[in-house]
Design a protein around this ligand. Structure first.
Ligand SMILES: C[S@@+](CC[C@H](N)C(=O)[O-])C[C@H]1O[C@@H](n2cnc3c(N)ncnc32)[C@H](O)[C@@H]1O
Ligand code: SF4
Ligand code: SF4
Length: 348
């Protein structure tokens, strides 16, 4: 343990990423076809191989990773999900979340929830539309009912105290669902889930540019702020919303806090990505220390320096520790409730 902490300190001095936050994509295949998302179109039909997954975990562990998000596509359709969770437990990754749309048949919902309880995995679900709007945004049918069935089952597990995490609902605001946001937030409040807010963007090849989704009325977005900020279990730091109201300077995590703040994304091929379109290495074939000593990493750093900046939750919230010295944000986290106060507090 001490060796890892010392290792972190050394990386901090040398400005080497510790891969502290890492998302691993189990597959690009998906059960939905969302308007905003370009990931399923990249799929060659493959899932991450278990041996490769273990190699990646070992390397991440040795390098100092503390948090893994399992993502996709739809990660829950990986045929060996339990083995994936077992490997995470074997290498003592205790802070893992599954990013799932919950849009699949009932038996799979049951299995995913049972496994999340058994292996103590956090659940983060997309919830950004109601009725026809949900179907349109998510390119699927009966989305609200199917997702809410999964949500209901998760809350049943919480009520039975089989599941101790407070799940998170991620809402991506776009022009299409703007009018439904108050109702969606109300629903998430009633469920007692965390709320994570993002805004539709089209900044990488994982995204699809859709004119219909672009926010045309900034005032309408800003009008939602009081409602969002009053949400009890808001996860998105309040300081982030200042950037909605006034122009904020570039806060690139790869430049400001490379060791602890920067985010990395591992694809099912083992390729390791930052926010840039080209991978910086491959976690199956390469040693992490060689990746951060490579010309590719040097090139990536030059590109971070030239980038005009971004303002989105995906990168910005981990950019600067001092941003959290913000009165509203301090109050927001100090007033946070414990994970699960009582089973009676869980709504169905
Ligand atoms: C790529 S998905 C993977 C997990 C799972 N399939 C899901 O949708 O929850 C992760 C998150 O990225 C969001 N996302 C996808 N495309 C986006 C875009 N263009 N702008 C903002 N968020 C986007 C999704 O809505 C979702 O909350
Ligand atoms: S946002 Fe998630 S659910 Fe939608 S297509 Fe992309 S990966 Fe699938
Ligand atoms: S888009 Fe630009 S500012 Fe944002 S994380 Fe990437 S390099 Fe940094």
């Amino acid at each position: 343990m001490a060796a890892i902490e010392l290792g972190h300190l050394k990386k901090f001095v040398l400005r080497i990423p510790s891969l502290y936050f890492c998302s691993i994509r189990l597959t690009s295949m998906c059960t939905q076809s969302c308007m905003q998302c370009g990931i399923p179109a990249q799929s060659d039909g493959s899932f991450i191989d278990l041996e490769h997954f273990e190699t990646i975990l070992k390397k991440l562990k040795r390098h100092g990773n503390k948090r893994i998000n399992l993502t996709g596509g739809e990660p829950a359709i990986h045929p060996h999900l339990e083995e994936i969770f077992r490997l995470l437990a074997k290498y003592e990754f205790t802070n893992t979340a599954l990013l799932t749309n919950l849009y699949y048949f009932e038996a799979l919902q049951d299995r995913v929830i049972d496994l999340a309880c058994k292996y103590d995995i956090g659940i983060n679900t997309s919830y950004d539309g109601l009725a026809d709007v949900a179907d349109k945004l998510r390119g699927a049918t009966d989305v609200q009912n199917i997702v809410e069935e999964g949500v209901r089952k998760i809350n049943e597990a919480r009520r039975r105290e089989d599941y101790s995490h407070r799940p998170t609902a991620t809402v991506v605001i776009s022009q299409i669902n703007l009018h439904q946001i108050p109702e969606i937030i109300q629903r998430i409040k009633e469920l007692g889930w965390n709320l994570n807010i993002d805004v539709y963007r089209y900044s990488s090849e994982n995204h699809r540019e859709q004119d219909e989704m672009k926010i045309t009325s900034r005032d309408e977005l800003l009008n939602l702020l009081p409602l969002i900020q009053q949400t009890q279990h808001l996860k998105t730091p309040l300081w982030y919303f200042d950037g909605w109201q006034k122009h904020k300077h570039k806060q690139c995590p790869y430049m400001i806090s490379p060791t602890f703040g920067s985010k990395f994304f591992v694809h099912e091929t083992g390729d390791l990505y930052t926010c840039l379109p080209e991978p910086i290495g491959n976690l199956i074939n390469d040693d992490i220390k060689d990746i951060f000593a490579s010309e590719k990493w040097k090139d990536a750093k030059a590109q971070f320096a030239q980038c005009p900046g971004c303002w989105n939750t995906c990168y910005t919230i981990s950019s600067r520790a001092v941003s959290y010295l913000h009165w509203g944000t301090i109050r927001q986290y100090l007033l946070k409730r414990p994970k699960l106060k009582s089973a009676a507090a869980v709504y169905l």
